[in-house]
Structures are given as structure tokens and as C-alpha cells.
Design a protein around this ligand. Structure first.
Ligand SMILES: Cc1cc2nc3c(=O)[nH]c(=O)nc-3n(C[C@H](O)[C@H](O)[C@H](O)COP(=O)(O)OP(=O)(O)OC[C@H]3O[C@@H](n4cnc5c(N)ncnc54)[C@H](O)[C@@H]3O)c2cc1C
Length: 329
């Protein structure tokens, strides 16, 4: 890694000021910096201005309202989310996912906003500048060729965030602030684009302010991932499952995956609702996940392995949640 280039840094004291600064050409938000700074040290990006969001009052606040809904500020650290007694009690899948990100020291400074908005990854992108230049760079940055899918219609780098799928199966919405005091709430899935270079639907000057979760009553949910080094690694494949069961019938099912596509993906599984859990249903669920995922050679681990592990993790989580026993991560 190289030394960081000289970059201007501003630490706004309000959301309005942050949005105004982020609207400037070449400005980039800074959360805990655990994703952004290593990338910059590899020459991946040249922002003219870093906007440190850590000075905004209550940016990391977390509260439950009178209806039991949760609002988590984008500045809350993953360590705090994983340890928060209210989140562990009401939305344990979220605490699990946050606790499985990277290693303990990353989680102390890594924020929810940075985790959700993290860059996509690829074996042809997360390399030093001399490596990438020797390869003619790539479509995601500085080049005009995607080395993963040679069609060049878009960048196929993969999203590897752990927290997004857990939030998606819990029905999360993203609260976004923009310049001129503008704000909006969108389903979390709509924050992402299935394009490794574009990644997010945020416009210039917009930032993620918070995530809202409805009460999870009646749902059982969990998240699991496969990674090379258990102590500190991105998911090669990760899956969150939420299900509702009444007697011998599945009355609700949500599945979201990560590490496989350019965006976290909510898998379409509505057809399975109303059925009892069975070996046939497990096989069909595995097939649905396999078909809707798009695992490509964007990591050093083999595509076949990541596909298989994704299917098995999904089936295992769903079976364990159905049986009512919390699944081991
Ligand atoms: C060795 C290593 C292992 C890792 N393992 C994992 C892993 O297992 N799972 C995983 O999910 N991640 C992993 N990461 C990536 C990273 O550490 C985490 O995703 C972390 O949560 C990023 O949060 P941050 O606050 O540090 O983000 P930053 O690095 O500050 O920001 C990341 C991106 O989000 C943008 N951003 C930050 N906050 C906002 C906001 N509020 N609104 C809009 N945009 C914003 C930034 O501009 C930047 O583009 C790993 C990183 C390393 C170095």
C-alpha cells in the first residue's frame, strides 16, 4: 500500500453542512474509513475532499419509538450495534451480521453507513496500482474492459457487505438526506444498483442518515457467511433468512444474499409461502437462490464453491429457523 495522497478533510457539525460539502465535485463521505482508506492507499480513487461525518450530532444514535420501530443512525459503529441489548433482543440477526464484519478493531470504528455504502470488490480491482496498470486497469476504474465478463456492458465487481442482507430481510428502510434540506426514505434494496461501478442510487450531495426497522415480532431471522479467514474476512457468500411459521405452514419467507452480485439481492421466494418445510422445499429454495445469484470469478475462491456454499447456508439457516433453534453463525 502507498502513503495516502494529500487530501482536504472537513468535519461538518450538521447534516445540512455535510450535504452541502458532499455536493462539491470530487467530495466523498468518510465514516470509520476502514473500507475507504485502504482503497485510497491502493490508488483506488482520488477524492478532492473527504467529508468526515463523525462530527454530526447524534449521527450514531439509536432509538426505539412508541410503536416499537428501531432507528439506527448511520454513524453507529458495528461494535455498538453488535453489543446493543435492544438490538440483540429485538433484531438479533442484525447484531449477528454486524458482529461478523471484518475483525474486532475494524468494528470499533466501522459505521453502519460505511458498511452499507462500501465499495464493491473484485480480484481485478482490489490490487496495487502497478498490478492494475500491468493489466490495463479495468472497467470499474481507469480502464475500458471488464476482465470478469468480457461483454463490457457494465462492471461486475461484487458487493460483499454483511449487514445489508440482514437488514433487508428485516424490512429496513434507508433515510437519506440531501442538499437544500431535502430528505427521503426508501426501501433499503433501492439504495443499491446491480452495477459494480455505480453501486448506489445516492445523488451528489446525498448521504445515508439512518436505517429504520419495523418491529420483528413473529419473524425468526438469522445471518450466516462463509469466508476464508474466520477472524477477519469479507463473505465469499453470505445469506440472511427471515421466516414466519404457523403450525406446519410457512407463513412468511424472506431471503437476501451478499458476496454474489454487484448489489445485495433480495431473492424472490414468495412461491414457497403457505407450504410446510420439507426436503423438496429445501431443494427448491436452494435452486431459487442458485438461479437468482450471479456468482462470477470476482474472488480468489472458486465460483462453484461459492455457489454451493451459498445454497447450503441458505438451506441450513432456513431449516434451523423453521425448527425454532437459533442457527450457529
Ligand atoms: C481486512 C478487512 C476486512 C473486512 N471485512 C469485511 C467483512 O467481513 N464484511 C464487511 O461487510 N466489510 C468488511 N470490510 C470493509 C469495511 O471494514 C466495512 O464494510 C466497514 O463497515 C465500513 O465502514 P466504515 O465506516 O469504515 O466505512 P468507510 O470506509 O468510511 O466508507 C465506506 C464507503 O461508504 C461511504 N460512506 C460512508 N458513510 C456514508 C454515509 N453515511 N452515507 C453515504 N456514504 C457513506 C464512503 O464514502 C465510502 O465510499 C473489511 C475491510 C478490511 C480492511
Amino acid at each position: 500500500m502507498n502513503a495516502l495522497a494529500s487530501i482536504s478533510l472537513q468535519r461538518p457539525a450538521s447534516l445540512d453542512e455535510a450535504a452541502r460539502l458532499l455536493a462539491q465535485d470530487g467530495a466523498c463521505a468518510l465514516g470509520g474509513g476502514t473500507d475507504l482508506l485502504p482503497n485510497l492507499r491502493r490508488g483506488l480513487g482520488e477524492p478532492g475532499l473527504l467529508v468526515d461525518l463523525g462530527g454530526i450530532p447524534d449521527f450514531g444514535a439509536c432509538a426505539i419509538d412508541a410503536d416499537g420501530a428501531l432507528r439506527i443512525g448511520a454513524g453507529m459503529t458495528l461494535a455498538a450495534i453488535a453489543a446493543d441489548a435492544r438490538i440483540r433482543a429485538g433484531w438479533p440477526a442484525l447484531a449477528t451480521a454486524a458482529g461478523l464484519v471484518a475483525g474486532p478493531t475494524h468494528r470499533l470504528s466501522a459505521t453502519l453507513g460505511g458498511n452499507l455504502c462500501q465499495d464493491t470488490r473484485c480480484v481485478f480491482y482490489n490490487q496495487s496500482d502497478w498490478w492494475r496498470s500491468g493489466n490495463g486497469y479495468c472497467l470499474k476504474y481507469r480502464g475500458d474492459t471488464c476482465h470478469v465478463v468480457v461483454k463490457n456492458d457494465r462492471c461486475y465487481a461484487t458487493y460483499h457487505g454483511d449487514v445489508a442482507p440482514a437488514l433487508m430481510v428485516l424490512g429496513a428502510e434507508a433515510e437519506i438526506a440531501g442538499p437544500d434540506g431535502g430528505g427521503r426514505c426508501i426501501p433499503l434494496a433501492d439504495l443499491f444498483v446491480e452495477d459494480g461501478a455505480r453501486r448506489l442510487t445516492l445523488a451528489a450531495g446525498e448521504l445515508l442518515v439512518a436505517v429504520h426497522l419495523p418491529p420483528a415480532a413473529g419473524w425468526r431471522a438469522d445471518y450466516a457467511k462463509a469466508r476464508v479467514r474466520d477472524a477477519v474476512d469479507f463473505p465469499l457468500a453470505g445469506v440472511a433468512v427471515a421466516l414466519r411459521r404457523e403450525g406446519e405452514r410457512l407463513t412468511g419467507l424472506r431471503v437476501a444474499i451478499t458476496g454474489t452480485n454487484s448489489a445485495p439481492l433480495q431473492v424472490s421466494v414468495d412461491d414457497f409461502v403457505g407450504q410446510p418445510w420439507s426436503a423438496e422445499l429445501a431443494a427448491a429454495l436452494g435452486e431459487a437462490v442458485r438461479k437468482q445469484s450471479n456468482v462470477l470469478q470476482t474472488t480468489v475462491a472458486a465460483v462453484k464453491y461459492r455457489r454451493r456454499v451459498l445454497v447450503r447456508l441458505t438451506q441450513h439457516l432456513a431449516a434451523t429457523l423453521w425448527a425454532g433453534v437459533p442457527a450457529a453463525a
